[in-house]
Design a protein around this ligand. Structure first.
Ligand code: NCD
Length: 329
C-alpha cells in the first residue's frame, strides 16, 4: 500500500490486514511502554486545511507511538492564508523530507491530487476531504464493530451479515461515504435513514438501502446504529424546519435507545451535538462506543502509518533496511 486515499478503492484483503495490524497495535497500547521504534527516523506531516481536534491528535499520537518525528501544519496562521497554493506547500514539505503527509482539506480530491501530482514523494493519508471520504474513520468504525460484535479474537474476520443503520446528515458526510464502501467490502448490510433533504440526490449506485423513518429502522433491530453529526458549517440553506423537529424525528432519544436489541451498539464519529442527533442518555449509555472509537482510532492510524511507511514496496523499490544496530543517528 502506497497511499490511503479512500475506502472505495480498498481491497478486502488490504482492509482486513489493516484491521488485523490495528489489533496488534491495540495490544501495544495496553502495555506499560506504549511506544514502538518502528518508524524511527521517518517524518510524518499533519497537513490540516480544515479544523479538527480528534483526528489530528489521533494521527499525532499514532505517529509518535511509532517513534516518527511529527510536524503539525495547520493552514490557519500559515502562508496558506496568504494564498500559497497546495503545490507550493507540497514542495515545501518535500524539501523538508516528509515521508508521509496526513491531509485534511475542504476540497474533495485534494489528497488524491497530492498523491498523484509528483510534487512530493511521500505516502499520502486522507484525513477527510470535503464531502468525499474519511477512510481512517471508517476503518476505526469497522474495527470497533468487529471487536464489539465478534470479540477480541476476531483477527482475519470480516463483518459478514452485520446490519448497520447510518442515520442523519448523510448528504454532507464523508464518514458515511467511507463507511458505505468499506462496510460493503466487509460484507455488512447497510441502511441509510435520513430526511429526504439530507440524502444525496442520487444514491442509486450506493450499496445500501434507503429509509426515511427512524422508528421502523430501530424496530428492525440493527446490530449497529451510527448517528451522524448535523454539519451546520456545510449547510447554506434550511434542510429541516427546526432543531427540535429534527431531534424529535431523527434523534436517538432515550425511548428509541430502549427499543434497540440487547446487543446493539450505538456509534458516533464525534463531535456530537448532544440533544440534536443524539441524546445524552444514548451518548453515555453502555451501548455507546464513542470513547472506544477514539481509542481505536489511534490503533488504526498506527496500522495505516506502519503499513505505508515501514519497509514496504514504494514505487517498486524496497526502502532502505534499518541497520542492525537499530539505526542510531
Ligand atoms: C468527522 C469529520 O470531520 O468528517 N469527524 C471526525 O473526523 N472526528 C465527522 C464530523 O465532523 O461530523
Amino acid at each position: 500500500m502506497r497511499h490511503l486515499l479512500s475506502t472505495k478503492t480498498l481491497s478486502r484483503d488490504d482492509a482486513i490486514t489493516l484491521l488485523d495490524v490495528a489489533e496488534d497495535m491495540a495490544d501495544v497500547q495496553e502495555r506499560e511502554v506504549k511506544k514502538l521504534p518502528t518508524l524511527r527516523g521517518k517524518t510524518v506531516v499533519n497537513l490540516f486545511f480544515e479544523d479538527s481536534t480528534r483526528t489530528r491528535i489521533s494521527f499525532e499520537a499514532a505517529a509518535k507511538r511509532l517513534s516518527a518525528d511529527v510536524i503539525n501544519f495547520s493552514a490557519k496562521g500559515s502562508s496558506v492564508s496568504k494564498g500559497e497554493s497546495l503545490k507550493d506547500t507540497a514542495q515545501t514539505l518535500a524539501a523538508m523530507g516528509a515521508d508521509a503527509v496526513v491531509v485534511r482539506h475542504s476540497a474533495s480530491g485534494a489528497p488524491q491530487t497530492l498523491a498523484t501530482s509528483g510534487w512530493i514523494d511521500a505516502g499520502v493519508l486522507n484525513a477527510g476531504d470535503g464531502m468525499h471520504e474519511h477512510p481512517t474513520q471508517a476503518l476505526l468504525d469497522a474495527f470497533t464493530m468487529r471487536r464489539r460484535l465478534h470479540g477480541r479474537g476476531s483477527r482475519g474476520r470480516d463483518l459478514d451479515g452485520v446490519s448497520v443503520t447510518i442515520v442523519g446528515d448523510i448528504l454532507h458526510s464523508r464518514v458515511a461515504r467511507s463507511n458505505v464502501w468499506l462496510l460493503q467490502t466487509l460484507g455488512a448490510d447497510v441502511r441509510l435513514v435520513a430526511p429526504p433533504t439530507l440524502l444525496p440526490v442520487d444514491v442509486s449506485g450506493w450499496p445500501a438501502t434507503i429509509g426515511y423513518d427512524l422508528d421502523s429502522a430501530i424496530d428492525a433491530r440493527p446490530d449497529v446504529v451510527m448517528m451522524l453529526r448535523i454539519q451546520g458549517e456545510r449547510m447554506h440553506a434550511a434542510y429541516f424546519p427546526t432543531e427540535r423537529e429534527y431531534a424529535r424525528r431523527w434523534g436517538l432519544d432515550e425511548e428509541r435507545l430502549a427499543r434497540l436489541g440487547a446487543d446493539s451498539i450505538v456509534m458516533h464519529p464525534g463531535p456530537m451535538n448532544r440533544g440534536l442527533e443524539i441524546s445524552a442518555a444514548a451518548a453515555d449509555s453502555p451501548r455507546s462506543t464513542v470513547r472506544e472509537q477514539v481509542a481505536n482510532g489511534v490503533s488504526v492510524r498506527m496500522a495505516a502509518l506502519y503499513l505505508l511507511l515501514s519497509g514496504g514496496d514504494r514505487d517498486g523499490q524496497k526502502t532502505r533496511e534499518e541497520p542492525a544496530d537499530g539505526g542510531a543517528r
